[in-house]
Design a binder for this molecule. Structure first.
Ligand code: 5AD
Ligand code: SF4
Length: 468
């Protein structure tokens, strides 16, 4: 019989058990045990890592940045093969660190662990790893961590899927003033190149009441900006027992007093509704930024990618959004080198980049992901061709972005100050509502506040300014 009423209760039980072991470890070491969480990949992973840090701190670890800690966990990504290669590279290093620190425990979690081939390789070549778990059971981290205290052999717990959403577990934010919030998990789109639906599972939305309660608590704790996270936020709410649209959810979030800015990511163009555009237009809090992945400007390639829109539909949507919300910044993702792609297809992509005028575009070289339909397509393109075409796309992105980003030069804009500038400590760095980065003279007391900044000069993707 399960003695726990809820999964959350069960995890708090294990959290307490872990505490006892960490106290014992501290006694043996003569100091507070340390832990390090290294994150690869997207904002979803960054948010998951905050949950891992929350649990590690609650059980008594001091969380540090160095991978020489007593407990090291990699939260992995697998969207492109180079993400996997990075993890193997870092694991190689950990192997020699662990030789010097034999009591060190190593754990792996995240998207890459959902791939059977990765697990096989880890068992074979990295047998020093203590714990492996996946994306679907991350809520079990306290229980799994306890497992590493009571058993010596590698503990592997990876689930194929889940419909569970476990609420109210600990979480430690990286920034006091802003936070990511998961509003949904998984993806049902199955773009033909993408591994995400296989490693993150089917789409499921959190209940609006849980999302609103979490944001209210965050605001009470000093958060002024939230980033609503989902692989395809535009289809939020479809799986709820009482369905709700993403636009309706935004309207509710907007009402939260004290919350200043709302961002979200990512939007699939095929699901972007007129209702959402109108809610964004009317809102004082939703930031003037929309990340709208294009992937390709060629209708032929878009069809092979299973994106379910044409070049013309995308262009019409972008034009309409800009007409309705003139000061909105559009950013995008582009893939170069999809199977069967030709220079004519790239010309179409370049044409869209020029017509839309993105503030920024993340350009990726196509990476073949085992198990996806695109990996089985016969007409994979040559590496050499991809390199040249990639450069051509990148150049267009840089040229157009410079013009688009620069149009606010000589105006003053509200900036949320995020940090001391990494290169020059007399400067602070923050973001405009449209997500453009601004650097200006200031000190740590400004972090987390909204200030008016005059934009003196645009340097490509960012501005130098001064406070007014
Ligand atoms: N190869 C290259 N880029 C990819 N992306 C997703 N899958 C692949 C792949 N197999 C990109 C898409 C997506 C972004 C998060 O990653 O552009 O929008
Ligand atoms: Fe991948 Fe497409 Fe889902 Fe985005 S929408 S996560 S690209 S399958």
């Amino acid at each position: 019989m399960n003695p726990f009423n809820t999964e959350t209760e069960k995890q708090y039980f294990y959290l307490d058990k872990c505490k006892e072991h960490v106290i014992e470890l501290a006694r043996q070491l003569g100091r507070t045990p340390t832990a390090c969480v290294t994150t690869f990949g997207c904002q979803m992973n960054a948010r998951d890592s905050e949950k891992l840090v929350g649990i590690l701190q609650q059980v008594g670890y001091q969380v540090i940045e160095e991978e020489t800690a007593d407990f090291v966990i990699f939260n992995t990504c697998t969207v492109r093969d180079n993400a996997n290669q990075k993890v193997y590279g870092r694991l190689g290093k950990l192997k020699s660190t662990k030789r010097k620190i034999p009591h060190m425990k190593v754990a792996l979690c995240g998207c890459m662990m959902q791939e059977p081939s990765a697990i096989e390789k880890i068992r074979k070549s990295y047998s020093f790893v203590n714990l492996v778990f996946g994306t679907h059971n991350i809520f079990k981290f306290a229980e799994l961590l306890y497992g590493t205290f009571v058993q010596d052999r590698m503990l592997v717990d990876v689930w194929e899927d889940t419909d569970q959403i476990v609420e109210d577990l600990p979480c430690t934010r990286k920034y006091p003033f802003k936070s990511g919030i998961n509003i949904m998990f998984g993806c049902n789109n199955f773009c033909s190149y993408c591994i995400v639906p296989y490693v993150r599972g089917r789409e499921r939305s959190r209940e609006p009441k849980d999302i609103l309660a979490e944001i209210k608590a965050l605001v009470a704790d000093g958060v002024v900006e939230v980033m609503l996270l989902g692989q395809n936020v535009n289809s939020y709410g479809k799986t709820l027992s009482t369905p709700m649209t993403f636009a309706q959810l935004l309207t509710e979030i907007e009402k939260i007093e004290g919350l200043k800015r709302i961002r979200f990511m990512t939007s699939h163009p095929k699901d972007l509704s007129e209702e959402l555009i109108q809610v964004m237009k009317a809102s004082n809090k939703i930031c003037k930024h929309l990340h709208l992945p294009l992937q390709s400007g060629s209708t032929r390639i878009l069809e092979a990618m299973n994106r379910r829109y044409t070049k013309e539909q995308y262009l019409a949507l972008a034009k309409h959004i800009k007409e309705e919300i003139p000061d909105i910044a559009l950013t995008t993702d582009i893939i170069v080198g999809f199977p069967g792609e030709t220079s004519e297809d790239i010309d179409e992509t370049i044409d869209v980049i020029k017509q839309v005028g993105y503030e920024n575009a993340f350009t990726f070289i196509y990476s073949k992901r085992t198990g996806t339909p695109a990996a089985a397509m016969p007409n994979q393109v040559s590496e050499e061709w991809v390199k040249t075409e990639f450069e051509r796309v990148l150049k267009t992105v840089q040229e157009t972005a410079r013009l688009t980003v620069g149009k606010y030069e000589g105006t003053s804009q509200e900036v949320l100050v995020e940090e001391i500038n990494e290169q020059d400590s007399t400067l602070v760095s923050g973001r405009m509502s449209n997500n453009t980065i601004v650097h200006f003279k200031g000190d740590a007391s400004l972090i987390g506040t909204l200030v008016d900044v005059y934009l003196d000069e645009c340097h490509g993707f960012y501005y130098m300014g001064h406070r007014i």
